[in-house]
Design a protein around this ligand. Structure first.
Ligand SMILES: N[C@@H](CCC(=O)N[C@@H](CS)C(=O)NCC(=O)O)C(=O)O
Length: 222
C-alpha cells in the first residue's frame, strides 16, 4: 500500500478502533491504515508509544499538518470533523450538543460497557468470576442505554436529524450490547436507531476494517 494519504490511522477492529474508520468511510476520505496487532503487543512498542502515550488504539497522524498526532478516539473524531467540516452541525448549539453526547459516550457508555465485557468475557473466563462487578457494570450500562433510548424518542439521531460523530462513537459501543450481555429489550427508540445505522453502507463497511470481527454483534452482521 502506498503511504501517501493525508491521514495515517493506527487501529484494530474494536469499538474504539472503529470510530475513526466510520468517519473516514462515511466522509469518503482515503487514508492509510496500519493494523496494530494486540497479540504482538504492538500498542505497547516504543515507536507506537511515541504517538500514543496511553499505549492503546486508535491514533491518527495527519501528514498534511506537519505529522500532527491525535490520540483518544473522541478527540480524533472531533479533529477529523473540524478538519473536513463533516458530521458536525454548523450552529454553536448543535456543536455543543454533539460534544455533550460524545462526552457521554467517552465517559459513560464506553467505559461501563467495556467493563461489563471485561468482567464477563475475560475475567470470568480466567477463573475470576466477580458477580458484584458484573452486576454493577451491566446495570450501569443498561441505565445508560435507557438514557440513549429517551434521547432518541422522536429523534432520528442523537443530535436531531443529522448523523454526527456522536452517533458514530456511540453506535460502535451500544450496538455491541450482545458482547456486554446487556439487554436492549423495551428500548424501541434505541433499537430503531440501531436499524437506521445498520442500514448505512459506509458505517457497515468500516466494521470490517482493518479486519472483520463480528463476535461483538452475535451472528448477525449488523
Ligand atoms: N479512551 C481511549 C481508549 C482506547 C482503548 O481502550 N483502546 C483499546 C481497544 S478498544 C486498546 O487499545 N486495548 C489494548 C490494550 O489495552 O492494550 C480512546 O477512546 O481512544
Amino acid at each position: 500500500m502506498s503511504q501517501s494519504k493525508d491521514i495515517h490511522l493506527y487501529t484494530a477492529s474494536t469499538m474504539n478502533g472503529w470510530k475513526p474508520v466510520v468517519f473516514l468511510e462515511e466522509a469518503g476520505i482515503e487514508y492509510d491504515v496500519t493494523h496494530i496487532d494486540f497479540s504482538q503487543k504492538e500498542q505497547k512498542s516504543e515507536d507506537y508509544l511515541k504517538l500514543n502515550p496511553n499505549g492503546r488504539i486508535p491514533t491518527i497522524v495527519d501528514r498534511s499538518n506537519n505529522d500532527f498526532v491525535v490520540f483518544e478516539s473522541g478527540a480524533i473524531l472531533w479533529y477529523l470533523a473540524e478538519k473536513y467540516d463533516r458530521f458536525l452541525p454548523q450552529s454553536a448549539e448543535g456543536r455543543s450538543e454533539t460534544l455533550q453526547w460524545l462526552m457521554f459516550q467517552m465517559a459513560g457508555v464506553g467505559p461501563m460497557m467495556g467493563q461489563a465485557m471485561y468482567f464477563q468475557r475475560i475475567a470470568a473466563k480466567n477463573g475470576n468470576e466477580d458477580p458484584f462487578a458484573i452486576k454493577r457494570y451491566v446495570d450501569e450500562s443498561r441505565r445508560l442505554l435507557e438514557v440513549l433510548n429517551t434521547r432518541l424518542t422522536a429523534r432520528t439521531y442523537l443530535v436531531d436529524e443529522q448523523y454526527t460523530i456522536a452517533d458514530m462513537a456511540t453506535y460502535t459501543w451500544a450496538r455491541a450490547y450482545y458482547w456486554a450481555k446487556v439487554s436492549v429489550a423495551g428500548l424501541p427508540h434505541l433499537q430503531k436507531w440501531f436499524e437506521r445505522i445498520d442500514a448505512r453502507p459506509a458505517t457497515q463497511r468500516a466494521l470490517e476494517i482493518p479486519e472483520p470481527y463480528w463476535a461483538f454483534f452475535e451472528k448477525r452482521r449488523c
